[in-house]
Design a protein. Structure first.
Length: 298
């Protein structure tokens, strides 16, 4: 089966009337894509912030006549860039797995590799993390995940307790276990992330009980029993700011913290804020992203 895919660029405040027009003409699904590589952040939990400029993508049945719709869109005042309006035939494929061809084995530090679960590791004797991200974020290809993996590879010690706050696919939690941590606590507010972490831990033959998974409101009340040698959180700047005191209570004195998911221009504010509980290092930058790290004060 094939579809027609219509794509047009529009300001986010003009989406609603265009979306209704597309649905009226038989649109089967509508997606919003970033048109300008603009980072946006969820400042209010549950909200859905959009980019200033959005690629609106709509699928139609292959046999649907869209001449009338194309004419209306060419005249529509909400579409400033008429050349952005395109229509193409989209052949069927296994969409949920189509990204797999772009996921390649990657090395982090001297001994850690992240490898697709469907490929043979390029270095069989290395510490190989076999990963299928599935529906959860985290393959190692993003700069923030890459910086966190590099940091873990250098800082994990045998018998460490590690907290991965915002575990996503479980990539950091599993890396910690493979690198020698004996207890790893993986936390995420998305149940799909918890599922992905459990499945990826099984795929890597992590011994049962080494990785514990929790939704935030399911964490044990005795937080002192959770205190870790290392806490790593690859989330976003706003929740990192809001969670700072809570995260600090989960780190032992002289324990380490590593934070990412923030833009370079957000680093100074977070360094100052976390300085109340940690002796913070200088930010490490990759592309437009930053990683922060520090040692817990007494």
């Amino acid at each position: 089966m094939a579809w027609q895919q219509l794509r047009v660029q529009v300001r986010s405040d003009q989406i609603e009337p265009l979306e209704q027009l597309l649905l009226d003409y038989g649109g089967l699904s509508i997606s919003y894509l970033d048109a300008e590589d603009q980072p946006v952040f969820q400042s209010v939990p549950g909200s859905t912030p959009l980019w200033d400029l959005v690629d609106l993508v709509c699928l139609f049945e292959k046999e649907k006549n869209l001449d009338g719709l194309l004419f209306l869109l060419q005249q529509h005042p909400a579409i400033e860039d008429k050349e952005s309006l395109t229509l193409e035939t989209l052949e069927d494929q296994a969409w949920e797995r189509s990204w797999m061809s772009d996921f390649k084995a990657m090395q982090f530090g001297e001994r850690l590799w992240v490898c697709p679960s469907w490929q043979e590791p390029p270095e069989p004797s290395a510490v190989n993390l076999m990963l299928d991200p599935g529906l959860a974020f985290g393959s190692g290809s993003h700069a923030t995940t890459s910086m966190c993996l590099q940091w873990l590879e250098k800082n994990i010690r045998n018998d460490n307790t590690v907290i991965d706050y915002g575990c996503g696919s479980g990539i950091l939690a599993i890396a910690a276990a493979l690198l020698g941590a004996t207890r790893v606590i993986a936390v995420d507010n998305d149940p799909q992330a918890i599922t992905a972490t459990i499945e990826n831990a099984k795929r890597n033959n992590i011994r049962k009980g080494v990785i514990e998974t929790y939704l935030p409101d399911q964490l044990p009340d005795d937080r002192a029993a959770l205190r870790s040698d290392i806490l790593i959180a690859n989330i976003l700047a706003e929740p990192l700011m809001q969670l700072a005191e809570d995260l600090s209570h989960l780190v032992k004195p002289k324990g380490h913290i590593a934070l990412s998911g923030l833009l370079a221009e957000q680093a100074d504010e977070l360094l100052e804020h976390y300085g109340s509980w940690f002796e913070m290092d200088e930010a490490v930058l990759s592309e437009e992203w930053a990683r922060l790290s520090g040692i817990r004060l007494n």
